[in-house]
Write a protein that binds this ligand. Sequence first.
Ligand SMILES: Nc1ncnc2c1ncn2[C@@H]1O[C@H](COP(=O)(O)OP(=O)(O)O)[C@@H](O)[C@H]1O
Ligand SMILES: [Mg+2]
Length: 426
Amino acid sequence: MNWLIHDYREDDLAAVVHLIDSTAELGQESVFSLAECIAALTARQPAVVAVHGGMPVGAALAQVAGERAWVMRIAIHPAWRGRGLASALLRELERRLVEARVRRIAYVLPQEELLGDGLHNAGYVRRPAAAYFEKAEPAAGRTADVLAELGGRLLPGDLWDKVAGMEAEKTLIERRVVLPLAEPERAARHGVRPPRAIALFGPPGTGKTTFARAVASRLGWPFVELLPSRLADEGSLAAGLREAFARIGELERVLVFIDEVEEIAPVRTVASGMHGVTNELLKLIPGFREHDERLLVCATNSVRSLDPAFLRHGRFDYVIPIGTPDEVARKAIWSRFTEQGADEDVDVDVLVAASELFTPADIEHAARTAAQAAFERDLATTHGSDPAPAGAGTADYLTAIEQCRRTVTGAMVEEFTADISSHARV
Ligand SMILES: Nc1ncnc2c1ncn2[C@@H]1O[C@H](COP(=O)(O)OP(=O)(O)O)[C@@H](O)[C@H]1O
Ligand SMILES: [Mg+2]
């Protein structure tokens, strides 16, 4: 897996052309000719290149035509076939296309090809009568305008799989939230009503925002984050909220995310001055709940600062704690962050033991610090001598762990445990 994928650059042209040209006989054909591919590349259409050891080993290119994009070619060096590089390139390419507000991605293969399975797995639907693969992005026309006004967007399709570890939380959210929304008819057969609103609480950096985005990605619904600072631009925050929910009502399907919701719905003391805003949100939730295919996700680091009326049954279906990862989860997260092309095998178990109470964000930070240390050591190596081994080693990670200031303290763990018994509802 030790390739790097970057955006196509002008000086990649020769190598990419060679890849396309030299792989055409290997069943990696396309309905697009080499000349068309070159024209698209020179016109700076979206394209990505995978590099290993400085050599391009794969490329994927597309052409955007209005709301549709055509995947023109995915070319993989023969030595790199069957290792997941094609899917990785396609995911990166899709990312660029979604950012370019493309709503349909089509991929036409000239004949039955192995890649077809990969496309199915990536959410493409095979149209009958031709190997014509198409993925519809579920926002079009008016919907797209409303989404843009709200600052919402479709997220890449792979965010759920990218949540490392956290199996307990993942399973819970998948069963209670994702699957009833994804399979409403099946849920209804058992009298299960899909949730309309959930709250996530827990210390900072444990993955609340990550989970909210992952759920939107998994459902294929647009993600709209309501930012109090932005809502207040239009006058009062209460009016901004009302206006935003009116627009949200025009969307067919959507996941609405409110982070740090305690700022909007704090305990109603006279001093807070947030009465009107809290009341407004309390009034808006029932209307929001009336429609299928929408989900409100609120996140807070401080569930005890929330207005007690806010989390009531009937408003929020589930109030889910997201805590620091346990050993198994830390192992998965460490493995994710240490797998990037190191020469030395990293002793993940040692890192897991040394990073108790670390949040995923802490682990991410420590891993980055270690990688940076390895990079700087490499820079310091004098010319002519043997190059330093690639990537951080166990010792680098341990040093980084020691240097990292843990976000979650013992006192916070106690508070969180108490919050779970007083507030959690799963
Ligand atoms: N399960 C996970 N696997 C890998 N990275 C994660 C995971 N959970 C969180 N992260 C990373 O940690 C950082 C903080 O996560 P975030 O979701 O913003 O936490 P919170 O919203 O709870 O404060 C982000 O950079 C995110 O990518
Ligand atoms: Mg967050």
